[in-house]
Write a protein that binds this ligand. Structure first.
Ligand SMILES: Nc1ncnc2c1ncn2[C@@H]1O[C@H](COP(=O)(O)OP(=O)(O)OP(=O)(O)O)[C@@H](O)[C@H]1O
Length: 293
């Protein structure tokens, strides 16, 4: 497990990170979300040891991270950094060798990753001849080639088509299943929602929420309920303790606490046919808006 512990970082007068604290659990995919300039890349660079925090620190399994540990980290930076004129496979193998793999191991890992990321047909093409999406896949292969013990990925999904997203997701889930802590940033909230076990929400250098995605869902949203009936649902608006968010013919979405919701259900049953009654799950976009406002 990686723990980021009260990390503060200033750039001159600008406070980029303010006592940032959260964990990246082994075996879990952790999504890192926040608006532009919120502090995601800065946090990642501190984890990677590329920036020194002004205070606070980062630990791996309870002890300070060493340069040796960091060589076994995999990082996909925001600014992509492959050599445009080098062939894809050659370059990934080379990066694997720099990270300590033997020639045979680097070649094997490269071939496997390129196949998994559906880039094997382009293995002998130069990076600059690839589309941006395919360059992105190559960049992901480069971050993974040495079988890292920790994975930190800055916007790995930006610019990928849905098939490429699925291929990358498959590879990341497999690494997480082997116990690797995986942190990735993204502005694609539906994707983060689909993928993540844990979530970290940052705003203006401050962590606003962190923890299991399901728990954040229940902790940071007003309980809302969806009622579908064969009857008009206008009566709900006069019920105490109920805030109707939306309603239409035979359908309503309303906020209420658990006890009120049960009372409404009984009334609805008494009034006619209830087709369905469910607790509405807020989307990550809704949680994000509630948490950062
Ligand atoms: N080297 C630097 N010098 C000065 N200010 C910096 C530097 N790096 C980052 N900042 C500032 O720190 C803040 C956090 O930036 P950061 O790049 O971490 O945000 P981010 O969440 O990754 O944003 P984005 O989603 O746009 O990538 C911003 O206000 C940014 O302008």
């Amino acid at each position: 497990m990686i723990a980021i512990d009260h990390v503060t970082k200033r750039f001159g007068e600008r406070l980029a990170l303010d006592e940032v604290t959260f964990e990246i659990g082994g075996g879990r995919l952790t999504g890192f979300v926040g608006a532009n300039g919120a502090g995601k890349t800065t946090t990642m660079r501190v984890i990677l040891g590329l920036l020194r925090p002004d205070s606070g620190g980062v630990t791996l399994d309870g002890r300070a991270v060493t340069p040796g540990d960091r060589r076994r980290f995999g990082y996909m930076p925001e600014e992509r950094g492959l050599y445009p004129k080098m062939k894809v496979a050659e370059q990934i193998e080379y990066l694997g060798r720099l990270r300590g793999l033997t020639k045979v191991a680097a070649a094997g890992a490269t071939a496997e990753l390129l196949a998994r990321l559906e880039l094997d047909a382009r293995a002998n093409d130069t990076v600059e001849s690839l589309s941006l999406g395919n360059q992105q896949r190559a960049q992901i292969a480069a971050a993974l080639v040495h079988d890292p013990e920790v994975l930190i990925l800055d916007e790995p999904f930006s610019g990928l088509d849905p098939l490429a997203v699925d291929a990358v997701v498959g590879v990341l889930q497999e690494r997480a299943a082997r116990g690797v802590p995986v942190l990735f940033s993204s502005h694609q909230l539906e994707l983060v929602e689909r993928l993540c076990d844990d979530l970290v929400i940052i705003s203006a250098g401050t962590i606003r929420a962190a923890g299991a995605a399901e728990r954040l869902r229940t902790d940071n949203s007003t309980p809302a309920w969806e009622l579908l009936t064969g009857e008009d649902s206008g009566w709900l608006r006069a019920e105490p303790g109920v805030l109707v968010r939306e309603f239409g013919a035979g359908w309503a979405l309303f906020e209420a606490d658990e006890a009120t919701a049960q009372r409404i259900l009984r009334s609805a049953v008494g009034r006619g046919s209830v087709v369905s009654f469910t607790r509405s799950r807020p989307s990550l976009a809704q949680i994000f808006t509630e948490v950062v406002k």
